[in-house]
Design a protein around this ligand. Structure first.
Ligand SMILES: C[S@@+](CC[C@H](N)C(=O)[O-])C[C@H]1O[C@@H](n2cnc3c(N)ncnc32)[C@H](O)[C@@H]1O
Length: 267
């Protein structure tokens, strides 16, 4: 009896705290209201505190960015396709591209592409060699298929989009068709998993703000949420079947640069 009373009062306290969090957030920071509702819907997060996790990826990010720029701009006039461009436009990178005569094609959601175009224009970036191919819903497989149909070929392709099997398996195969023999395939988030994404959504508010509607975890088994999809696809398809070589001097444990063979594997 006593135990039941304690459980009931624990539940009441938890509900009160959640209600308080939601109301207080609605007043103080309405943008975060949805985040608290997300937490309330997912049992595993309910009793956890609300920590902020420092972003420790910056140094790796800088290393990857340096590698990317040296591969893309190392040879002037290359064509570069970036699949997944992120919310924050990289103005300095675009100015490097401008100087090296790089032709740049970007794929992402329409709102993200519009934001980049406006920021680049405001920063005085010359957009004559820049092209945005967007999708409003669904995935970048649509614009990529158009590029395949028109016979486009790129020197360097960077796949850094959704990082999941159902979205990026078609993207990876299309990217292979779009890459010149001997071209570079760059892949980010080699060890990224859906479990990691779940934690990010919970811990990092900006990540939640941008990615909350992009991920549907329901289509994956728990063990599929625990394995890195990009690594699996890169190894099973690009390296083992299509004969791509991993360039260790340009790669890190989290970011790989692969080279497509000059001739199809087995010829
Ligand atoms: C990690 S960010 C890319 C970061 C960027 N490559 C950079 O170097 O800063 C991933 C991007 O993929 C985009 N993305 C994810 N799923 C997508 C989809 N289904 N269709 C279009 N874009 C998508 C997101 O909008 C986001 O901008």
């Amino acid at each position: 009896m006593l135990m039941r009373a304690a459980t009931v009062s624990d539940k009441a306290r938890m509900l009160f705290e959640q209600g308080y969090d939601i109301l207080w957030t609605a007043v103080r920071n309405p943008r975060m209201l949805g985040w608290h509702l997300f937490r309330a819907r997912h049992r595993e997060y309910r009793n956890l505190p609300i920590p902020e996790v420092a972003d420790e990826s910056r140094d790796w990010g800088q290393i990857h960015e340096t590698q990317l720029r040296s591969i893309v701009t190392g040879t002037p006039g290359q064509s570069f396709l970036e699949i997944g461009i992120g919310w924050t436009p990289r103005v300095a990178r675009m100015k490097d591209f401008q100087q090296s005569g790089t032709r740049y094609t970007a794929c992402d959601f329409a709102a993200v592409c519009d934001h980049h175009r406006a920021e680049f224009q405001a920063a005085g970036v010359d957009l004559s060699k820049v092209r945005f191919l967007s999708n409003r819903v669904g995935t970048y497989a649509w614009p990529l298929t158009e590029l395949v149909r028109t016979g486009e070929q790129f020197d360097v392709i960077y796949l850094d989009g959704h990082h999941t099997f159902y979205v990026d398996l078609p993207a990876l195969l299309l990217a292979d068709l779009l890459l010149k023999p001997g071209g570079y395939m760059l892949l980010d988030d080699i060890v990224w998993t859906l479990n990691f994404m779940k934690r990010q959504l919970y811990h990092v508010r900006n990540e939640w703000g941008f990615y909350r509607t992009m991920y549907d975890f329901a289509g994956y088994e728990p063990e599929q949420e625990a394995i890195p999809h990009i690594k699996l696809m890169a190894e099973a398809i690009l390296i083992e079947r299509l004969g791509y070589q991993k360039l260790n001097e340009h790669s890190t444990p989290f970011w790989w640069a692969l080279r497509k063979p000059e001739r199809p594997a087995g010829h």
